[in-house]
Design a protein around this ligand. Structure first.
Ligand SMILES: O=P(O)(O)OC[C@H]1O[C@](O)(COP(=O)(O)O)[C@@H](O)[C@@H]1O
Ligand SMILES: [Mn+2]
Length: 639
């Protein structure tokens, strides 16, 4: 009885709210007709990318060419009506309108007929690409300042009627005559790019290795429809920006290793001066960058050792190794009980005779340096804006249209079952562990608690972290010459992902249809050169770390992947070579992309089949109820 009453109360509350929004019967009709028909349009295109690792030029190009979709549409619309060169030049105009127009002007080729011709082509392309959207959505994509004229252009039908033909000609002539051709070309290219990608998913790792993660984020922040799944490099930077000292030391170390200090110094206004001055003082024989790397590496190991000791639940004890160094000889004892020779036995910031606990203490000077860095990191407004954006648009995982997106792994046991993780006296596994990890990562942002800041470091490199799933061998890689110690054992997930059974269990665990969903991961570079494929378990899982990262090109053999999900299925694009804007402008070169169909459905998916479709369906039900309430007099519509 109570249930019935509360439900009734709730329903009428919803209806009253709806009535405020749709006060007349006509308003309800209008919305119902719009929503009902929208459900039948083809589903919008989703693009997935991951592991961008600061490679701005490639990302910029792929964002501009919409992962190759523009080129395909141009081929489709203009077929043999244009030569290959004309099509390539037209594509370059769409990718880089400002630069291309400047070039045409400089070469005195930007004549009125050039403007008219290209505006005509852009219009034709935009019309074709807009067919899968309702008109109101298309007008939402048009840059405001040009909206009324572009809407007018989009509504012309020159093929149908002579008067329309003349009308269109007049519109285009006037645009060019009054010198607004360049502005309209640019506005059309914005519209076309918005029509080409309905949603962009970035499956983690913006930072480290490449030198412009800041520029990538600036660009992305202008994109109208993005979601992000955090990678381990992202959580590391997020932790650093929020003030975790060990995350800061690691970020600085990574930047020095890849000679990317510009990101910190210019991009985020973080000065490394005190560190480099100190480092060249204590390592006078080293080059400045190398000296700074050595100095921050030891600080990092000290801070990491302290963190591991105060967080036994991280299960990272095997990574606390600084005290295993015999400072009098040049050896360290590792977990296997064996002694390994160190690359260098010179540790000017460690007192040889100190106790085990003291090894992990920072010297006064080190303390001063890390505090100084900390204030730079936490006070950088640009970094703060980027991290806020990562928190606002990002999650540890996303379920979208039946697919499961996350960067690393779901921790598994050796036998492939979900691994139970004990943390603060509670047990977690599978999705529950992801939810807990995300909650703790958000605590770092919202409250900056020490425990949550420590957790960000665990997420970066913990063996049980969903973004990592690997036992990092940073100590061995930094200090020990014997490379056999460098191999990083990883979670059984990375083996089991090859099996259909595992993928299906994971999908089910996250509430998705195991027979129809896909797992989409990044994190593990696919070594195409060695014959590896990004497609696992008959297409149930796809790993799209295609190595945008230049440092890994030798290993991967390609320069990035984009996964595309459209109304007919899934397609993978393998981008063959690095983009270069100048080259694109000079010779109209595009990134060469090889396309592989992973799944082709016999029928088109519609908006009705998507998550958004389900939300719309609910709204339709509410609208019908409102209509009923208006009809049976429960609510009075406005006249
Ligand atoms: O998430 P990614 O890109 O695999 O990066 C993490 C990896 O990078 C490393 O820190 C190694 O870095 P380097 O390539 O600079 O030696 C590994 O220890 C770790 O597995
Ligand atoms: Mn990663």
């Amino acid at each position: 009885m109570t249930d019935y009453r509360t439900n009734k109360k709730k329903t009428s509350k919803i209806l009253r709210l709806m009535a405020e929004k749709y006060p007349t019967k006509e308003a309800v009709y209008e919305k119902l007709i719009y929503l009902q028909s929208y459900l039948s349009l083809p589903k919008g295109i989703e693009h997935f990318m991951s592991d961008l690792h600061g490679e701005y030029a490639s990302f910029f190009h792929i964002l501009n060419n919409c992962s190759g979709v523009i080129r395909e549409k141009v081929d489709y619309v203009f077929g043999v009506r244009l030569t290959e060169e004309e099509k390539a030049e037209f594509c370059t105009l769409i990718y880089y309108p400002k630069e291309k127009i400047d070039q045409m002007r400089a070469e005195r080729r930007a004549t009125p007929s050039w403007y008219r011709e290209n505006l005509g082509r852009l219009l034709e392309l935009a019309k074709l690409m807009s067919y899968k959207y309702p008109a109101s959505k298309v007008s939402g994509f048009i840059p405001d300042r040009y909206a009324s004229v572009i809407v007018e252009l989009m509504n012309t039908h020159p093929e149908a009627d002579q008067a329309q033909f003349i009308y269109l000609k007049k519109l285009l002539n006037t645009i060019v005559q009054i010198d607004s051709g360049a502005d309209f070309i640019e506005a059309f290219t914005v519209l076309i790019k918005r029509l080409a990608v309905d949603r962009l998913h970035i499956v983690g790792d913006f930072f480290d290795r490449g030198n412009r993660p800041d520029a990538i984020l600036n660009l992305l922040m202008e994109h109208p429809s993005v979601d992000i799944q955090w990678g381990n490099h992202d959580v590391l930077w997020m932790g650093a920006a929020l003030g975790s000292e060990v995350c800061i030391a690691t970020v600085v170390r990574n930047s020095l290793r890849y000679q990317n200090t510009d990101v910190l110094e210019r991009g985020y206004g973080i000065s490394l001066r005190p560190l480099t001055t100190f480092a060249s003082h204590i390592y006078p024989d080293e080059a400045p960058l190398k000296a700074a790397e050595r100095a921050i590496t030891i600080m990092m190991f000290k801070l990491e050792g302290q963190l591991i000791a105060r967080n036994p639940d991280f299960q990272m004890e095997s990574r606390r190794l600084l005290h295993q160094i015999d400072f009098r000889s040049s050896y360290a004892r590792l977990g296997d009980g064996r002694r390994y020779e160190l690359e260098s036995a010179y540790f000017p910031t460690i007192d040889e005779s100190c106790t085990e606990a003291d090894v992990y203490e920072l010297t006064d000077k080190e303390q001063e340096i890390i505090e100084d860095l900390r204030s730079y990191f936490t006070e950088s407004a640009v970094l703060r804006r980027h991290v806020d954006y990562l928190y606002q648009k990002g999650n540890l995982y996303t379920c979208c249209n039946g697919n499961l997106l996350f960067h690393g792994c779901v921790p598994l046991n050796e036998d492939g079952t979900f691994r139970t993780i004990r943390f603060e006296g509670k047990e977690y596994c599978g999705r529950g562990w992801f939810d807990f990890c995300e909650q703790r990562a958000r605590e770092a942002w919202l409250h900056g608690t020490p425990r949550a800041l420590d957790f960000m470091y665990f997420l970066w490199c913990g063996r049980l972290s969903p973004t990592s799933g690997r036992e990092f061998k940073t100590f061995e890689r930094a200090l020990i010459a014997d490379e056999s110690t460098w191999k990083e054992p990883s979670d059984p997930y990375y083996r089991y992902i090859d099996t259909v059974d595992c993928c299906e269990r994971v999908l089910q665990e996250f509430g998705l249809d195991p027979k129809r969903g896909h797992i989409i991961n990044g994190h593990v570079p696919v070594k195409v050169r060695k014959g590896e494929s990004p497609v696992k378990a008959d297409g149930r899982a796809i790993i799209i770390d295609g190595g945008f990262c230049r440092a890994y090109h030798k290993k991967t053999g390609i320069s990035g992947y984009t996964l595309i999900s459209n109304s007919r299925g899934l397609r993978l694009l393998e981008h063959q070579r690095i983009a270069d804007v100048r080259e694109a402008l000079r010779a109209n070169h595009d990134i060469e992309s090889v396309s592989e169909t992973i799944e082709l459905q016999s029928c088109h998916n519609t908006v009705g089949d998507t998550d958004q479709g389900r939300v719309i369906q609910d709204e339709i039900t509410d609208l019908y109820n409102l209509l009923l309430a208006y009809q049976n007099g429960l609510l009075k519509p406005q006249a």
